[in-house]
Design a binder for this molecule. Structure first.
Ligand code: F6P
Length: 527
């Protein structure tokens, strides 16, 4: 099947995207509307034939069967023998979801009730600051969403501490009153070194200030035993099952800080938005399925055309952490070099994902996107409306910039056009040629745009679920397990052995010359 994609990539060659718009219906035919959002992938080199080949690839890879397995609690995380059921967390009024012959929905709804009660209690209390201590999936989701939904905040201030760098927690604690601060220790495993170190520091800070810690620590974890050992009473522990992957966990207890910030009602709207996308993903035919098309466009650019990175460009400042969130979601899920059965992949793994909100990125790295030698497929996101009615002109400018970028990437500027512009400025001869060449934009650079009405909790839920399902489809097509993350283990193990060497308790025996030299430097310059 991959041969057919390679053949399509060759056939398409350097065909001009702009020419494809000679077909007046191109925009409509290469766009998709679902859940009130519009995904426009017409500014790519895809045509009917290449799209059909990609859909056949997805079909052949068993996306439909795998999708059914995921939603019905099949253990599709095969290396860990686990189901993958983050969708159950937002299955608010759906039917039963069975795992090992047992319906998990009563437990899910009960947990949501406990979260709601705790959030209400905290929102009604004198707590002014909530500090979520977690990392990776126990940080990126709630943090990204809390920033995204700031217009809906009506609860205590929320802070997020993730890095083991003491600078992170120090900067947050400096802004908090120990008598009015609540700490949420968010860790699926309750063993992650960064989180446990920060949690201990938070506890010591409270003790140091003479404030009793009772009632001031909440744990969100699948490991109730460890949370209890750490001293958090069961009534302050909200658990979740191992079928919720860390990077897919914002919908359940790990979303508590978000629920406290925006309130249970808005949090439920966030879940409902995701549920709407789930339903679309589950029921729409592959060629009319937004997550499937988003995935196939990504595969076309990465495995088909060989573009190793893609950039996410939200023209929505409150989505400033979406690129970081998607880095974990996509790269931790699909950054694997072997297929489910352990054989080497015969195609590239998922792409490098990066990005920044527009318009900021325009004044930073867009230079390379427009004129660099490598093609970087761009994924624009923009809302039709902002949250600042008094600043509508800002929003209109924002949209104009977003649309201008995708148009400029596609259209480019030829040498003839650049020469004409520079000649009009009075340049002639070799200097005209030299200056004109610097002003050429090759164009024909692909991009997609996801446009939605407004960044509400519901729409954010749809967007995040859209990307989750995209990752799922890409994983199935690549034949890999998107739900484990063995690639993070080696570094963790080595950090454990290096700790005592950095502190000087142990000699750096057995380490390579570079590592020894770096340790020696640290010991010389650290207090
Ligand atoms: O190291 C990677 C990872 O396991 C992520 O997958 C996870 O989201 C993060 O660490 C945090 O893990 P935990 O929630 O168990 O502290």
């Amino acid at each position: 099947m991959w041969d057919s994609i390679r053949a399509q990539a060759e056939r398409v060659g350097d065909r001009q995207i702009l020419d494809l718009f000679d077909n007046d219906n191109r925009a409509e035919e290469f766009s998709l509307r679902a859940a009130g959002m519009l995904f426009d992938y017409s500014k790519t080199q895809l045509d009917e034939q290449s799209r059909a080949a990609l859909i056949a690839l997805a079909q052949n890879a068993g996306v439909e069967q795998r999708r059914a397995e995921m939603f019905s609690g099949g253990k599709i995380n095969e290396t860990e023998g686990r189901a993958v059921l983050h969708t159950a967390l937002r299955n608010l009024d759906g039917g039963p979801v069975m795992v090992d012959g047992e319906d998990v929905m009563p437990g899910v709804l009960d947990t949501l009730k406990r979260m709601t009660a705790l959030a209400e209690e905290i929102r009604a209390s004198d707590v002014t600051d909530v500090v979520n201590i977690g990392i990776g999936g126990s940080d990126l989701g709630p943090k990204m969403a809390a920033i995204a939904l700031s217009p809906y905040h009506d609860g205590p201030r929320c802070h997020f501490v993730s890095n083991v760098d003491g600078a992170d927690i120090s900067d947050v604690l400096r802004r908090c009153n120990p008598e009015k601060t609540l700490f949420i220790v968010a860790s699926k495993t309750f063993t992650t070194i960064e989180t446990m170190t920060n949690a201990r520091t938070a506890k010591a800070w409270m003790e140091d200030k003479g404030v009793p810690i009772e009632g001031r620590f909440v744990a969100l974890s699948s490991n109730a035993e460890k949370a209890a050992e750490w001293g958090i009473p069961a009534k302050k522990v909200i658990g979740f099952e191992d079928w919720v992957g860390g990077r897919y966990s914002v919908w359940g207890p790990i979303g508590l800080s978000l629920m406290i910030a925006i309130g249970p009602e808005a949090f439920t709207a966030f879940l409902r938005g995701a549920q709407q996308m789930d339903r679309h993903f589950q029921s729409a035919a592959l060629h009319q399925n937004m997550p499937v098309l988003l995935a196939l466009v990504g595969i076309w650019h990465n495995q088909g055309l060989g573009h190793a990175t893609r950039t996410v460009l939200p023209y929505d400042n409150r989505l400033s952490r979406l690129p970081a969130y998607l880095q974990q979601l996509e790269m931790e899920s699909n950054g694997k070099r072997v297929s489910m059965d352990g054989a080497d992949l015969t195609v590239d793994s998922g792409p490098v994902v990066w990005g920044e909100p527009g318009t900021n990125g325009q004044h930073a790295f867009y230079q390379l996107i427009h004129q660099g030698t490598r093609v970087v497929p761009c994924e624009f996101l923009v809302a039709a409306e902002g949250h600042e009615p008094d600043l509508r002109h800002h929003h209109q400018l924002l949209i104009a910039n977003c649309l201008a970028q995708s148009e400029a990437l596609m259209r480019g500027r030829s040498l003839e056009e650049a020469t004409e512009i520079m000649a009009a400025k009075g340049l002639v001869g070799p200097e005209l040629d030299r200056q004109a060449r610097h002003r050429v934009f090759p164009g024909n650079r692909p991009s997609t745009t996801l446009i939605y009405p407004q960044l509400t909790p519901e729409v954010l839920g749809k967007i995040v679920a859209l990307y989750e399902h995209r990752v799922f489809v890409e994983g199935v097509v690549l034949g890999i397990n998107s739900y484990d993350q063995w690639g993070v283990e080696l570094g963790k193990e080595l950090a454990t052995t290096l700790g005592p060497m950095v502190s000087g308790e142990q000699a750096p025996d057995g380490k390579d010359g570079s590592t020894r030299q770096l340790i020696t430097y640290v010991q010389r310059y650290s207090g």
